[in-house]
Design a protein around this ligand. Structure first.
Ligand code: ADP
Length: 169
């Protein structure tokens, strides 16, 4: 008699939990793709316990790269950065999980790989700021905007991973 309400309660908890999960936009830039680091980057997010909900490989146009980096348009490196982002395939992804925006940035490391801690993606795998392998949204607003720029809503896959109950309890 007690088991049924408990099960229903757990289901509601899970659904509420799923609805709250945060999302971030992560991209493996052309240097990461060409260097064969796609699986390495994905593996770090996956092993942490974050969930991949969208992925594609694309060569962005320069115009698209300028849209993506519009916040940096006054910076001296803006043109070179947009040329670089549009120079080859980029792996665009959306990852989901509690605190994924902020913690994703920790997994990535500081913008300049010389200042990134060992153990981070840029710290372990990159050497200079202009070739730092990966992009990650820097806050909730940019995450929302970047996900909308790179993906159509229907490209985001909603699913429950079997691991979730072990990751979140
Ligand atoms: P992040 O990617 O860590 O969020 P920014 O948004 O400040 O960093 O910069 C976006 C990207 O521009 C960086 O990832 C890097 O590839 C490039 N970039 C930043 N600063 C420089 C610089 N001084 N010279 C060349 N490229 C830079």
């Amino acid at each position: 008699v007690l088991a049924i309400p408990a099960a229903v309660y757990m289901l509601q908890e899970q659904e509420a939990h799923a609805a709250e999960l945060e999302r971030t936009f992560i991209a493996i830039k052309p240097d990461g793709v060409q260097r064969g680091l796609i699986a390495e980057v994905i593996s770090r997010f996956e092993r942490k316990g974050f969930k991949l909900v969208a992925i594609k490989i694309v060569v962005p146009s320069k115009d698209f790269a300028q849209k993506h980096y519009h916040d940096l348009k006054e910076r001296p490196f803006f043109n070179g950065l947009c040329d670089f982002l549009s120079s080859g395939p980029v792996v665009a992804m959306v990852w989901e999980g509690e605190g994924v925006i902020r913690y994703g940035r920790k997994l990535i490391g500081a913008t300049d790989p010389q200042k990134s801690e060992p153990g981070t993606i840029r710290g372990d795998l990159a050497v200079i700021v202009g070739r730092n392998i990966i992009h990650g949204s820097d806050g909730p607003e940019t995450a929302k905007d970047e996900i909308a720029l790179w993906f159509k809503p229907e490209e985001l896959v909603k699913y429950t991973s079997n691991a979730e109950k072990w990751i979140y309890g």
